[in-house]
Design a protein around this ligand. Structure first.
Ligand code: SF4
Length: 184
């Protein structure tokens, strides 16, 4: 890891925030969860050829309560949507969602009433991965990008609350709401 070269004097200085980000990104446990063909690529990522355990992530948890990453691998049918949300709700904070493949991200070629047109209608998504299906290398690349996000996340900030506040501010700035404000 080159740690010995970086800390030749035997100690390192960092911030609590930097340390927490480092520890969090190096201990992400995905929930065992697959919806369609993309899940096969996700399983391959866990195998010896791609070896997701290099990133400390081989422990795909069977219980959402012990997981902090949901990889939505495959199209989300309307029937599965409440289940996806329930699994997400059962995961403890802080948690992250990776939308894997075009179907999970936008419905893909399934532009019909049976498939949710993007999993972000159900859960907040932290990173989108394009492709049909994305190869294991692409999934690993998206996971590394997510690690960067996690490392840089400020401590003490509720990302969901911040997103809601931004959404409310954007809504506030729409012409209709401005007009409503004028009429009041
Ligand atoms: S993106 Fe392609 S591989 Fe993934 S679930 Fe959709 S059809 Fe299957």
């Amino acid at each position: 890891m080159g740690l010995e070269e970086k800390a030749s004097s035997g100690f390192l200085l960092t911030t609590i925030e930097g340390f927490a980000g480092y520890v969090r990104k190096a201990s992400v446990w995905p929930v065992t969860f697959g919806l369609a063909c993309c899940a096969i690529e996700m399983m391959a990522t866990g195998g010896p050829r791609y070896d997701i355990s290099r990133f400390g992530m081989e422990v795909f948890r069977a219980s959402p309560r012990q997981a902090d990453l949901m990889i939505v691998a495959g199209r989300v049918s309307q029937k599965m949507a409440p289940v996806v949300r329930q699994v997400y709700d059962q995961m403890p904070e802080p948690k992250w969602v990776l939308s894997m493949g075009v179907c999970a991200s936008s419905g893909g070629m399934f532009n019909n009433y049976a498939v949710v047109q993007g999993v972000d209608h159900i859960v907040p998504v932290d990173i989108y991965l394009p492709g049909c299906p994305p190869r294991p290398e692409m999934l690993l690349n998206a996971i590394l990008a997510l690690h960067d996000q996690i490392q840089k996340s400020p401590l003490g900030v509720d990302r969901r609350q911040a997103a809601k506040a931004a959404e409310a501010a954007a809504l506030e700035a729409t012409p209709t709401s401005r007009m409503t404000g004028l009429l009041q």
